[in-house]
Design a protein around this ligand. Structure first.
Ligand code: GFB
Length: 310
């Protein structure tokens, strides 16, 4: 990519897309384009194709998606499947039609089988059944990987895919029903401290293990892959560290300064028992994450205003 190359960041106002936008701007790329969902509904093929025909982006970062935590995934199963399939199919096909030079598709670690051996290597894809709470989202993301692979094998398109682990960072979703665990815990502990509440409820048994990455690390990895990787196989992007949900709750409560009790609501699902990425493919290419979980949470909490919650 040249500094003047026209680069489209699909989803540039979301947590991932905005981080990629910041990272590219910092690296001196100065012809970045984006559209809000009000300006361009990516689920509509004609609109997406016209946008690509008019703008003719040379490079595409595909960070637009319908996302959410375990409850949202489980509750809005139809939309998680349909919206994500439409968004990625429209963008990838329009990129093919208009001769985009390179595209990076971003997926998720939930593409792996629920009981995949740990840490999860790229070759474990499609070797077992998926976690039921996020099967629709996972199926859509697997379809995205396959679109990139097949436009490459049939038409020679340089479309690559990266699978990030659980992410957090600026512009996250803090809705207590729809969000992922980390923003939910920050909001719950902050609110409890402010209102002098004695307890905070966490969902599930607290036993599941998760790997968390600051979105600025993912943005850095995305740029690295765009500059250095041109193969068919997708690449895991993680930190290599995992933590139980209970330990995460203890960590967030200490950062926020909440001193009450943790109560478990076991009527809520645990989801996948463990989801640790094997990062050797990316490490061998020469990239490693730099933001530790504790530093990352401190940074997010320090920069947060309650306005982001509503
Ligand atoms: O982050 P999370 O919603 O998604 O939940 P997944 C992770 C774990 O934290 C689960 C527990 O075991 C939750 O039960 N948890 C505890 C909480 N307290 C809370 C809370 O207050 N809110 C939330 N949300 N969880 C998602 C997938 O799975 O991860 C997506 O559904 C995607 O498809 C995404 O892959 C990265 O890690 O279980």
């Amino acid at each position: 990519m040249k500094q003047r190359s026209k680069i489209y960041i699909a989803g540039h106002t979301g947590m991932v897309g905005s981080a990629i936008y910041r990272r590219l701007s910092k690296a001196g790329y100065n012809n970045l384009i984006g559209r809000t969902s009000a300006e361009l509904d990516l689920r509509f093929q004609e609109d997406v194709t016209s946008f690509f025909e008019q703008e003719r982006p040379e490079y595409v970062f595909l960070a637009a998606a319908k996302v959410g935590g375990i409850l949202a995934n489980n509750q809005y199963r139809a939309e998680f499947l349909y919206d994500n399939l439409m968004i990625e199919a429209n963008i990838i096909h329009a990129s093919f039609l208009t001769g985009v030079k390179k595209l990076l598709f971003l997926g998720s670690s939930c593409i792996y089988p629920k009981n995949a051996p740990q840490p999860m290597k790229e070759e474990y894809l499609l070797t077992g059944l998926l976690e039921p709470t996020n099967e629709p989202y996972a199926i859509a993301k697997i379809a995205g990987i396959k679109l990139c692979e097949n436009y490459r094998s049939q038409y020679g398109c340089n479309f690559i895919s990266a699978m990030p682990t659980n992410l957090y960072g600026p512009n996250d979703n803090y809705d207590l029903q729809g969000s992922h665990v980390l923003p939910a815990l920050i909001r719950k502990f902050h609110g409890a401290k402010k209102n002098n509440e004695k307890e905070v409820i966490i969902w599930g048994t607290g036993k599941p293990l998760r790997e968390f990455m600051h979105v600025d690390d993912l943005a850095d990895a995305s740029l690295f892959l765009m500059e250095n990787y041109n193969e068919s196989g997708f690449v895991n992007v993680g930190t290599g560290d995992e933590i139980s949900i209970l330990d995460l709750a203890v960590l967030v409560s200490s950062i926020v300064g909440f001193q009450g009790e943790l109560i478990q609501d076991t009527s809520k699902p645990d989801g996948t028992p463990r989801k640790l990425m094997d990062n050797s493919r990316l490490t061998h290419l020469g990239w490693k994450s730099t933001i530790t979980l504790e530093d990352g949470i401190r940074k997010v909490y320090a920069g947060l205003t309650e306005k982001e919650w509503y």
